[in-house]
Design a protein around this ligand. Structure first.
Ligand SMILES: C[S@@+](CC[C@H](N)C(=O)[O-])C[C@H]1O[C@@H](n2cnc3c(N)ncnc32)[C@H](O)[C@@H]1O
Length: 269
């Protein structure tokens, strides 16, 4: 799935500006500086509430909740307080992002958790919308290198995100700390099966953890197939990862990637 998939512009309001004195008429739409397209915030807010409600009663969400329940039985701390979301996309403009936000908000309610969220493409409208749902917007691009503590379990929700974000997240939490992470993202299994060797070589943390991860399905029965396709829940069960040697957990160099992936946004140096 690429960012090109988000091209819907419903919910936009065409605004025409008057220019000059009282008597001037609305200008024609031919000059670009006289037209501004602006998402209609209230209409978008309503759409998000509708999307959330639809997700909440969907079989897809029921399947995710069942898998999460199973996941929590294998973790040492079943208490979820925090959800970190990366790569949601432009919720003001994109229907896919809105439904994915609906899913996030259902998870937030389910666990009564705090949500922190970051995507470099967020607009001011996106930030306003997210604030209406008490989501904290992170201001720095961590490139996915977000380290969690071990006092509670953190859900990372990264729908259709670049692999580098997942690989960086694994690197940042490399060790038994991973038992405190649940990653809802593109299926690791599909990534390993479908990515060329050159790409996998750059995502070594993902490759190395793959045999020890437990991937739980989210049955994609949602009426729009492409919104949650390939999404799975990943956990790192204590009884598996505690058997791994110290050598395995040795933290190597910070990952680095070829510059040819435009989807992954790095910190500007
Ligand atoms: C393929 S798009 C997915 C968008 C949306 N979730 C969807 O499914 O259509 C990948 C998203 O990851 C975001 N992204 C890229 N680099 C990021 C970073 N360093 N931190 C957070 N999000 C990032 C992009 O801005 C983009 O919105």
């Amino acid at each position: 799935m690429s960012t090109d998939s988000c091209h819907q512009t419903e919910g936009f309001k065409l605004i025409r500006y008057k220019r000059g004195n009282k008597s001037s008429k609305y200008k024609t739409l031919s000059k670009s500086h006289e037209i501004e397209l602006q998402p209609n915030k209230e209409a978008t807010l309503k759409r998000i509430h509708e999307a959330k409600s639809e997700i909440n009663s969907s079989d897809l969400f029921a399947s995710a909740v069942a898998s999460l329940r199973e996941a929590l039985t294998t973790l040492s701390n079943p208490n979820i307080k925090e959800i970190i979301c990366f790569g949601l996309g432009r919720i003001g403009e994109c229907m896919i992002s809105r439904y994915q936000l609906g899913f996030l908000l259902c998870l937030k309610d389910l666990h009564n958790a705090e949500v922190k969220i970051y995507d470099p493409v967020f607009t001011e409208t996106d930030r306003w919308l997210l604030r209406q749902f008490q989501c904290e917007i992170l201001t720095e691009n961590s490139e996915g290198k977000y380290r969690v503590g071990d006092k509670h379990t953190t859900i990372f929700y990264m729908p259709h995100c670049p692999k580098q974000l997942t690989n960086n997240l694994l690197w940042a939490n490399w060790g038994l700390n991973l038992n405190s992470c649940i990653i809802i993202a593109n299926s690791f299994n599909s990534i390993i099966e479908n990515s060329p060797k050159r790409v996998l070589n750059q995502n070594q943390y993902l490759v190395n953890i793959f045999p020890h991860v437990l991937e739980l399905a989210v049955i994609n029965s949602f009426r729009f197939f492409e919104i949650f396709n390939d999404t799975a829940i990943h956990i790192f069960p204590w009884n598996k990862i505690k058997l791994l040697s110290d050598d395995f957990w040795e933290v190597g160099a910070e990952p680095s990637y070829d510059d040819d992936d435009v989807e992954f946004v790095r910190v500007k140096v």
